[in-house]
Every structure is written in C-alpha cells, then in structure tokens.
Design a protein around this ligand. Structure first.
Ligand code: SF4
Ligand code: SF4
Ligand code: SF4
Length: 279
C-alpha cells in the first residue's frame, strides 16, 4: 500500500471547500512562495537535527540519523518549525491510506467530505487516487486544493473520481510568478483551461498582494475574463501572519485592506464574472 508524508490533518474545517470537511495537508511543495502561510510544508525534512535541541519538552530526538517526533509529549509550541532553516517540520507522519481511513472513520457522520491540500498534494497523485477510492466507499466527497504545477491531463482517473479542484492562480505575468513562487506559471494556465473544459474546476484563488497594483490587476483581469459562470473566484487579502522574513520584507508588514480588495472585486464584476468572494 502506498504511503505519503502528512504534515497535519484538521478534522473539521469550513474554509477548505464547501461544507464541513476534513482537510489533509501533505508535506512538500513544488513552489516556494514568498508569502506562504505554511512555509514549513514546503520541503521534506533533511534530518539535520537543528530543531531537536530547541524543543522545550524533549519531544524531538535523533534515532539512526533521523529526527523522531513524539506527539504524545509535544505541546505544539511550534518552536521547531520556527527554527528550521529548511522550510520543513519534524512534526510529520508517514501514513498509509489505511491510516487515514482509520483517522476519518469516527468523523464520517459529521463531515461532507475531505479536501487534500499541502504543500502541493498533487505531488502525491497516486496516493490520492487510492485514498479517494476509499473515501467514496464511505460516501464522502473528495476535493483537491492545488497550486497547479502538476499536469492534470496526466491524472484523469483521479479527476474522474474527484468532486472538483480548487486552483491557485498566483500571477498572470510569468516573470512576476517566478519572482514570488520561484517557478513559472505555464502549467497553472494550462490546468486552468483544462479543468474548466472537463467541468472539474470548482474555485480559483488569487492572493491580492500589497504594493503590487499592476500585477494584481493583470492577474484578476486574466482570471475573471476566462472563468465560466458557476466557478467561484476567491480574492484572498494578503496577511503577513506565518509569512517568513523574506516574504514580509518583500511585501511589507501590512495586510491588504477590504477597500483595496473591493477595487479588484469591481474589476471582476466589470468583466462579467459575478461569482466573486473576498476573504
Ligand atoms: S503553493 Fe501554497 S504551500 Fe506551496 S509554497 Fe506556495 S503558498 Fe506555500
Ligand atoms: S525539521 Fe528542519 S531543523 Fe528539524 S531536522 Fe528537519 S530539516 Fe532539520
Ligand atoms: S512543537 Fe512540539 S516538537 Fe516542536 S518544539 Fe514545540 S513541543 Fe517540541
């Protein structure tokens, strides 16, 4: 049975897709966004051991060259992820599909479905296929929250069984995309078109960045002009919480205001797309 490294599971979430859902965050990402709110999900742990001594309750230790996390005594202070120089976390778990099934069983009556996220969950596409098959047997819906780097055209079986994709479109301009995410956006644009064409696109999200009026406008224009009716466009106001120093330096410490976001909402409406939410 396949395994995957899981950063965390939130049993009940109402911000990861419609209804009450269990959100599963996989470790490892194909981007390294300057404004990432969960930068500890970006890389796999290198087992350098630098966080071990910093743990105030000795929940971390080294065994056979690998860091071991004792979740029974961890007090969730997050010191380890703050001191990790590699944008990683020692608080991950190697899980089988069966482990996740066991975790979810007691919650089934209270949730509509699951959402897989990250990091970038599509890096674990084969694992997701097995997982979704099990979730469907339990009567749950399965949503994918993706940054759009992996080519969805190569994962038609997964898409067939899934109930939809929530896709990040971080920037229209490729040079700017490379600047803020470290990688280009060609696959993101391709996936946007493809997922719409097969009616699997549920939602698109763009973070409105401070001090980036032109880039925000270009992205919002691009997305709102190509989105079909019925697909939600979510404009996320930048907030500095959780963002590592490099990102805060680049964007500034201020959150994007509601008024600033309204300006971009009006662009979306002017372009004829009415399904728009500011978060
Ligand atoms: S794609 Fe998401 S998880 Fe990955 S680095 Fe960017 S913001 Fe963070
Ligand atoms: S979490 Fe970071 S600091 Fe800790 S062992 Fe892994 S790579 Fe090193
Ligand atoms: S979050 Fe847990 S493992 Fe990490 S430093 Fe705090 S107590 Fe230790």
């Amino acid at each position: 049975m396949k395994t995957a490294i899981v950063n965390k599971i939130i049993p009940f979430s109402n911000v990861d897709g419609p209804g009450n859902r269990t959100a599963i965050f996989f470790q490892g990402c194909s981007f390294a966004c300057l404004y990432c709110h969960n930068p500890e999900t970006i890389h796999l742990c290198r087992h350098c051991g630098e966080c071990v001594e910093q743990c105030p309750v000795n929940a971390l230790s080294m065994k056979n060259g690998k860091v071991v996390w004792d979740d029974e005594i961890c007090c969730e202070c997050d010191t380890c992820i703050k001191v990790c120089p590699h944008l990683s976390s020692p608080k991950t778990k190697l899980m089988k599909v069966a482990d996740i099934v066991e975790y979810i069983k007691p919650h089934v009556a209270f949730i509509e479905g699951i959402t897989v996220s990250g990091g970038e969950c599509m890096l674990q596409a084969d694992f997701l296929l097995e997982l979704f098959k099990e979730m469907k047997k339990m009567g749950l819906t399965c949503l994918i929250d993706s940054n759009g780097t992996v080519d969805f055209r190569k994962h038609t079986s997964l898409l067939d069984i899934s109930d939809g994709v929530m896709l990040d479109v971080k920037a229209f301009d490729n040079d700017f995309h490379r600047q803020i995410c470290k990688y280009d956006n060609l696959s993101v644009k391709q996936n946007l078109d493809y997922l719409q064409s097969i009616h699997k696109l549920l939602e698109v999200r763009t973070v409105l960045l401070p001090n980036q009026d032109e880039q925000n406008e270009a992205t919002v224009n691009y997305v709102s002009k190509c989105l079909k009716e019925g697909i939600t466009y979510k404009l996320l106001r930048f907030r500095p919480y959780g963002v590592r120093f490099e990102g805060v330096e680049y964007f500034g410490k201020e959150s994007v205001s509601e008024e600033y976001a309204e300006k971009f909402k009006n662009i979306v409406l002017k372009n004829g797309h009415n399904d728009i939410i500011i978060v």
